[in-house]
Design a protein around this ligand. Structure first.
Ligand SMILES: [Zn+2]
Ligand SMILES: [Zn+2]
Length: 250
């Protein structure tokens, strides 16, 4: 190395806040700078942008959680409490630090590498149970077009693309759209969340009926978004059999 290590770490410390602000140059800076861990911000030479200490510190879920009754689904592909209304959510971990910090950078700071990392971890953990849902398509929860244009990507769609490769299940981006903008869920209390989500989605007319769908999003908190998307798709004649997210928490 041409410069001493302390000088190099100082150089990283100066450039990183700038890199976070100037997303357009993010790709370029990734090229010349080794990445910092998205969880703790420390220098990290792992290829996945999250250091092994942070990956180990994530509070992971051993079982899917049914979004219809919020109980863990401990045996078989279907929630025993809910049967036909079963709605298992396959989430990798709890929405607290360090996973929360990683997801926030994935969602808001133009850092897209967590899509592949967590799609792989979710499939490694839940592959058999996901396959048993007998789905036909993965469906990312859409952003409103104006929000997607501003952000430049839909984080749920990136996650779905990698899940698609691993699960050998196609993605359908043309089955549901977001028609109404709403305030971010995180800023509302629980009572207002359900109202806020009402009629946010519309199903896009299609010839196919009774299609089995797995919904994909980055984070599931109250479950209101997933339940509203399921309601919209079921009214249009589809079956929503499960959901996948990187993180789940309230
Ligand atoms: Zn870390
Ligand atoms: Zn249930």
């Amino acid at each position: 190395m041409l410069v001493s290590e302390p000088a190099f770490v100082f150089f990283l410390g100066v450039l990183t806040p700038i890199a976070n602000k100037v997303e357009l140059f993010g790709g370029f800076l990734d090229f010349i700078l080794p990445p910092l861990c998205l969880g703790c911000g420390q220098f990290d030479d792992s290829p996945v942008d999250v250091c092994s200490a942070c990956l180990e510190a994530i509070d992971t879920y051993d079982n899917p959680i049914c979004l219809n009754c919020f109980e863990p689904v401990t045996s078989g592909p279907v929630c025993r409490n809910c049967q036909d209304r079963s709605f298992p959510l396959f989430a990798f971990g709890d929405y607290t630090a360090p996973l929360k910090d990683v997801v926030i950078q994935f969602k808001f700071k133009g850092i897209t590498s967590p899509a592949s990392l967590f799609a792989d971890l979710i499939v490694d953990k839940f592959e058999v149970n996901l396959a048993a849902q007998s789905a036909d398509f993965l469906v990312p929860i859409p952003l409103h077009p104006s929000r997607q244009a501003r952000r430049g990507y839909n984080q749920a769609a990136l996650l779905a693309e990698r899940l698609s490769e691993r699960l050998n299940l196609p993605v359908d981006n043309d089955i549901i759209e977001r028609v109404k903008r709403r305030r971010p869920q995180a800023r509302l209390d629980l009572r207002h969340r359900a109202r806020n989500i009402n009629s946010v989605f519309e199903a896009i007319p299609t010839e196919a009926k009774n299609t089995g769908l797995i919904l994909v999003d980055d984070v599931v908190t109250s479950g209101a978004t997933m339940l509203e998307a399921r309601h919209t798709l079921e009214k249009a004649g589809h079956r929503v059999v499960a959901a996948v997210a990187i993180a789940h928490g309230r």
